[in-house]
Design a protein around this ligand. Structure first.
Ligand code: FAD
Length: 273
């Protein structure tokens, strides 16, 4: 289908993007466009103005800071997948980025876009939830605030970002002790039917699930069982608790609830080993 009509503006800076967002409450940021444009063609999204941030300089980077690794919001999935720094420090992030779509998608889609889109079927939201990432948002007057991963995803395709904020940076831990990213899909380029991200840091394991509810979810019952001394199989038996998976043409909710237990057990074994 053809999208509804819209205005288009290309902005040179984050500040200009915030000003343009503030001027039109129905405006939307355009980054890689690989989620927004398909939604517009389906008329699920009808922004009146597209604010193109893709050419803002200095918003695509992966660098080591004192206590975290900082990733600019415009960093492409391909750049994450091939980052030596991520590969050495936070390999789950580069590994998962390499599983997104196909090369064409990875060369255009951005980390910021895949987070701000808030798709519960997206790969990176659950990875960043498991990593306990922090998100930096810039609003009016260049005021920045940070949002914890556990607070970011508020509903289906909804995040805690306000309508006049730009997601500018994503911060992840500088090192992790163990990890696993398992994506169960029908074909190589597909979104996950179910996905599991597990990260072990300093003896604690955080587990997050893809496509098991309206948002990416922490598998808190699994984490609590592990803290209580359960082995991976026993802990994984709780993986479906607190989930509300979709029931669609690709898989039933019942199938997903069974599948997630299998995947979580495997992920825990990998992350703990
Ligand atoms: P856009 O489409 O430009 O934007 C998405 C949303 O985020 C919009 O609402 C936009 O306003 C907002 N936004 C973007 N950047 C910012 C920002 N910095 N601050 C505030 N708001 C912002 N994803 C997966 O996870 N796994 C897959 O397997 C997968 N397969 C795909 C296959 C195909 C064929 C396609 C087309 C896409 C696929 N995707 C997949 C989605 C892809 O990863 C997208 O690129 C990504 O989800 C969105 O990034 P984008 O830069 O294209 O964002």
């Amino acid at each position: 289908m053809i999208p509804a009509s819209f205005d288009y503006v290309r902005v040179p800076s984050i500040e200009d993007a915030v000003v343009a967002l503030s001027a039109d409450p129905e405006a939307k940021i355009l980054a890689g466009g690989h989620s927004l444009l398909p939604a517009m063609k389906l008329r699920v999204a009808r922004p009146t103005t597209l604010i193109d941030i893709a050419r803002i300089e200095g918003l695509s980077y992966i660098r080591e800071e004192t206590d975290h690794i900082a990733i600019g919001a415009l960093t492409r999935h391909h750049d994450m997948a091939t980052s030596e720094l991520l590969h050495a420090s936070v390999p789950i992030a580069s590994f998962a980025a390499a599983q997104i779509g196909d090369p064409a998608v990875r060369h255009v889609g951005t980390l910021g876009g895949s987070i701000a889109h808030g798709d519960p079927a997206g790969d990176m939201p659950s990875v960043l939830l498991a990593l306990g990432a922090t998100f930096v948002a810039t609003g009016v007057g260049s005021v920045t605030r940070t949002i914890a991963a556990d607070d970011l995803f508020t509903g289906l395709f909804e995040t805690a970002l306000s309508s006049h904020e730009v997601l500018t940076e994503i911060r992840v831990p500088r090192a992790i002790d163990g990890w696993s990213f398992l994506k169960f899909n029908r074909r190589a380029q597909d979104w996950a039917l179910v996905g599991v991200s597990a990260v072990r840091v300093e003896g604690h394991v955080r587990v997050a699930l893809t496509n098991m509810g309206l948002t990416p979810l922490r598998a808190t019952a699994v984490e609590q069982a592990l803290m209580g001394g359960a082995d991976p199989a026993t802990a994984a038996a709780h993986a479906h608790e607190g989930t509300a998976p979709p029931d669609d043409a690709f898989a039933s909710a019942e199938y997903r609830r069974a599948l997630v237990k299998v995947l979580v057990e495997r992920a825990l074994e990998e992350a703990i080993e």
